[in-house]
Design a protein around this ligand. Sequence first.
Ligand code: FAD
Length: 621
Amino acid sequence: MTSEEKVKVKKVKEPKPPKEKKVKEPKVKPVKTPKEKKVKEPKPVKEKKVKEPKVKPVKAPKEKKVKEPKVKPVKTPKEKKTKEPKVKEPKVKAEKKVKLSSGSKLAVELSAVVGKDNVSESEMDRMLYSHDLAPLPKEAGLAFKNVPDVIVRPSTLEELSQIVKIAVKEGAAITPRGASTWGLGGSMPTAAGILLDISAKMDKIVEIDEVNLTAKVQAGCTWKKLIDECEKKGLIVPSYPSSFPAATVGGWASTGGIGIGGYKYGPAKQNILSLEVVTADGSIVKAGYDSIADNMSGYSLAQLFTGAEGTLGVIGTITLRVHPLGKIRPLAYDFKTLREMGAPINDIVRHPSLKPLHIAWSDYMHFENQRLAGVHAPDVKNLFLVTLQGDDAFMDLEEKTVDEIVAKHGGVKVDSHIAEHEWEERCYEFRSRNVGTGSIPAEVVVTNENWSAFVDECYEGFKKMKMDKGGVIGMISDRSTAMFMPYYFMDGESLLGMTGFAFNFYMGDRAAEYGGRSLGLGVFFASNLDTLHCKETVAYMRALKAAMDPNDIMNPGHLVCGSTRFGIKMGKELMGFASTMLQGIKGLLPEDSSFKGNAKRFHFDEMEEEKEESREDGTYQ
Ligand SMILES: Cc1cc2nc3c(=O)[nH]c(=O)nc-3n(C[C@H](O)[C@H](O)[C@H](O)COP(=O)(O)OP(=O)(O)OC[C@H]3O[C@@H](n4cnc5c(N)ncnc54)[C@H](O)[C@@H]3O)c2cc1C
């Protein structure tokens, strides 16, 4: 244990019962039962002959900086007076009290805690920390105070605690930030204040316990760091996002992440044993136990803070389960159409013994676009990737069973080097954006039962919203849940590109018809809270937030929904109106084709060939 972890756990104050508040009942839409639509899968694009991929050993990909997309302006929809449920929102003191100035009182106080070098008020830093990975229209600055007043880089839980106490005293909002790879405005401030850069210095592995199979890390530790360290000890982490080279364990815990390995070992919520959290009054709370499960009676605070998007407290450390690694064996199968994969997927999830580490798919458009962009792609149409993990003897049995299931449904097993290549590429889904266009996924979950029908919906969505189609990729989260990531290309410089967000709203609406939802809330989808749960549940959640964070300093405007800097509520009526408007406008505009245009203009395939030639003759630099 490092010295910074030896912080005394303070006694948690008895929470006061939340004040009863008058809540107007928001209308709750009845969930429609999904109708199986007869939508033809688009004809597969003619396969282009491509070179066979080189056989590479399966290894962890190199750490890669996630490119920040350019900030582009989008017209914000006209704000309309909407009737919102009367839930008293705690006041954000930040907007009133914090005054910007170089060497402000806030910065001076923070410097006394973390040292001058770990506090920044520079214009450049404040601009850089004003958004996350999502392309953010400049106009968002009109709606929110998204430029933080000051950026702080704490090293320890104790420093975190003191920072929060200063924030309470000064009435400053706090926005925790990991690697900012989320994309729903999660680490985007809405009320200026203090931006907590957790990944800068709180990035250590505290301990890997090889006996009890647990790992304790500081919240800003990247997955890549932990995966590599675990691998050296013959261990594997339970599940991680495909953004793992950059994403932090704290960001994953705060978003309740699902990801690679989750089919076998479960998502964040099932793997976190304990958290050390700095609550809204600066107390340090230990939630859960380090080596045993929190299965008995008692409030499970670790579960409460997991997936809270930093709205209830700042996570300082995380203790999670790890597992014996054994070996990894990826298997790949080719299908004529993506839709056909639905049958084997449903057979696998209902099999009593099969438990692959990871089940994923990529469709023909995904590979076709990679070829157009000069990115190496396997010679397949629609790829089904089933990755096994464990001992050889067990995996032999699993492989035989998966082979039989897939063959029964018309899938063809492909060479193991393709499977290994795709496993190796699991964190580079969006390589084709190297042609110079942005690519944005609509991340939604639906029930596995509706898997094939939802494939049709994705293709229909591309057509209806006239998208510059990227592809339909995704993974199976658990026995009942599939995560679809249909993605599209967009030209960040044009008005047409900006209207692309209509597709995310469209797919979210469709997912709801198939027993699913959009993933995450953040700022951009916070209004979804009202549509995801009944009014009593939503009111209870808002009351909980108000009780735990009475000054609303913890990531205000996120998850439980907030208001613009002018006090206009970003409720479901306003956001629903914006979504309908945007979908209507997008449907009327001409089809977006920036990707194909760019690929042609820059001749990426030729450049790639030139690169390969120069690699072969040793002149590549
Ligand atoms: C290419 C790509 C692939 C992705 N694949 C997946 C995937 O497979 N599964 C998945 O779930 N997501 C995925 N994501 C989304 C994202 O990468 C993950 O959610 C990731 O876990 C976020 O980590 P981060 O460190 O970037 O968090 P950030 O984006 O910095 O923060 C996310 C949220 O957590 C809060 N937060 C961060 N740190 C703390 C803390 N210490 N305490 C309290 N709150 C905190 C922030 O305020 C914000 O609300 C992907 C994104 C990209 C770009």
